[in-house]
Design a protein around this ligand. Structure first.
Ligand code: KG4
Ligand code: ZN
Length: 369
């Protein structure tokens, strides 16, 4: 029965307005639930993808707001949610193309971590679709999906377990042991800034644009990585943890000690030295984790994996097969959400169309289901 609460001058009046029996058909387990339509709106990209069986991308649409936020040097949350509202329906329509709504088996949506206003647009749209189509809805952890982006094309995953999972994004930096999709153990994480955030902050300090990571990488190409020698952050008693705030301060002091304005060559040297310090630190900790956990492979995920210097240093200095997300799946995208959504559903058969809530913050630890 549906209870409506109305406020009257003499107090709350509770009224039973209707007696209905909501008959929600139990999802027959035998159905394949192969075609997954997903929505991603955690930050400043509105994205949707149609993915078959967790791995075959049928369509994939992203509406980026980068140019809206670039002028402010970072994402403005209120602007982001307004732009999601404008973009979400056109993105879904374009993603669907000639596919009929009825051919979708399952809806997946990134329910966090992210900006509250942005998350709400994606989640409410996903709930409305699940209701209207009478299809189940699953919530997907955006950070886990970044890691899944490099596992998606691998068809011999069980033979590569246990593996290491390295998340390098704008909001998270973490090392996990992977024992299967959905089975992770946190080994180490950042105690302050995330790695992408450190790239963005250093870019700002030396006067480069937003997002800073690609600008720093580009300038670093013509810089001397030995020009400035900085020590990476270490945490006593936590050999796999990261800290980037000390390094950020060291860059600040180095800039303050130089006579302004910074020459182009100095900016390049600062970027190259910062990038080298961060990548060397990362490789040291991955090797340390490798010596302890003996992984059969390493999977990388998150926006910073776009960095080619990082990829080539890892290829030269790390053993074992390394898996990186395809170039168009490093940054926020929806294929990783639809793809992982397939596994989340087939693991739990838990329809969240009535219950899913946004999670603005999630700890560095990935969900272990
Ligand atoms: O994973 P992502 O799309 O966002 C989060 O989920 O947090 O990553 C965005 C981050 C930004 O901090 C951006 O500066 C960084 O990834 N990034 C890079 C590069 N491309 C993007 N950092 C270093 N080098 C790059 N080429
Ligand atoms: Zn992301």
């Amino acid at each position: 029965s549906i209870i409506m609460r109305n406020y009257q001058p003499n107090g709350w009046v509770q009224k039973k307005i209707q007696s209905v029996s909501l008959s929600i058909k139990k999802q027959p387990m035998a159905l394949a639930y192969n075609s997954v339509l997903g929505i991603e709106s955690t930050c400043d990209e509105t994205a949707s993808a149609l993915v078959q069986s967790g791995r075959t991308i049928l369509s994939h649409v992203i509406a980026s707001q980068a140019s809206v936020h670039a002028q402010f040097g970072g994402v403005v949350p209120e602007l982001a949610s307004r732009h999601h509202i404008d973009a979400i329906i056109p993105v879904l329509e374009q993603c669907l193309g000639n596919t009929k709504w009825q051919d979708i088996d399952l809806i997946a949506v990134a329910n966090g971590p992210g900006l509250i206003g942005s998350l709400l647009v994606g989640i409410q749209t996903a709930k409305a679709l699940a209701w209207a189509l009478d299809r189940p809805l699953v919530g997907v952890n955006h950070v886990e999906a970044h890691l899944y982006a490099s596992m998606m094309g691998v068809d011999h995953l069980p033979s590569l377990l246990p593996s290491l999972g390295i998340i390098l994004s704008g909001g998270h930096t973490a090392l996990h042991r992977i024992d299967g999709i959905g089975h992770y153990t946190l080994i180490g994480q950042t105690t302050d800034d995330a790695i992408g955030e450190a790239f963005d902050k250093v870019a700002k300090m030396v006067g480069l644009g937003y997002p800073g990571g690609p600008c720093v990488e580009e300038r670093a190409r013509c810089g001397d990585p030995q020009a400035f020698v900085w020590r990476p952050g270490t945490i006593k008693g936590k050999p796999f943890h990261f800290s980037f705030s000390g390094l950020k301060t060291a860059v600040r002091y180095a800039i303050d000690a130089l006579a302004p304005p910074l020459s182009d060559q100095t900016v390049c040297d600062l970027c190259a030295s910062f990038q080298k310090t961060v990548v060397d630190d990362l490789i040291t900790k991955i090797r340390r984790a490798g010596a302890q956990f003996h992984p059969k492979a390493i999977f990388f995920g998150g926006g910073v994996t776009h960095n080619q210097y990082l990829r080539s240093c890892c290829a030269d200095q790390l053993n074992g097969p390394l898996f990186w997300p395809p170039a168009d799946m490093c940054l926020d995208n929806e294929a990783m959400i639809s793809g992982l959504g397939y596994h989340v559903w087939h693991r739990s058969y838990r329809d969240e169309r009535f219950s899913l809530q946004p999670q603005t913050r999630m700890s560095g630890a990935l969900p272990s289901r």
